[in-house]
Design a protein around this ligand. Structure first.
Ligand SMILES: [Zn+2]
Length: 82
C-alpha cells in the first residue's frame, strides 16, 4: 500500500522536475544578455567569447551552460518516450 503512495509521489516529483527543465532548456530566442554592453550568458552571467558569437550569433549561453542545456533537452526526450 505504502509502495503505491511512494510511486505516485515519485511520478509527481518527476513531472514537476520535467516542467522546470522545459523552462530551463528552452532558448529564450533573445540572444546573449547585453544589459551591461557585454554579451553574457543568460544562465551564469559569464562573458560569451567573441569566437563563440561569431559561430553562433544568437548564442545566449556560454559553452558550459549550453552543454548542460543540451543534456537537459536530451533528458526530456528520454522522459517523453516513457
Ligand atoms: Zn553560462
Amino acid at each position: 500500500m505504502s509502495d503505491n503512495v511512494d510511486e505516485s509521489q515519485a511520478a509527481e516529483a518527476k513531472s514537476r522536475q520535467t516542467a522546470i527543465d522545459t523552462v530551463r532548456c528552452r532558448p529564450s530566442g533573445l540572444g546573449p544578455d547585453m544589459s551591461d554592453g557585454t554579451p553574457r550568458c543568460r544562465e551564469c552571467g559569464d562573458d560569451i567569447p567573441a569566437a563563440r558569437l561569431a559561430k553562433v550569433p544568437d548564442a545566449e549561453r556560454c559553452v558550459t551552460c549550453q552543454e548542460e542545456a543540451e543534456r537537459c533537452a536530451a533528458r526530456q526526450e528520454t522522459a517523453e518516450q516513457d
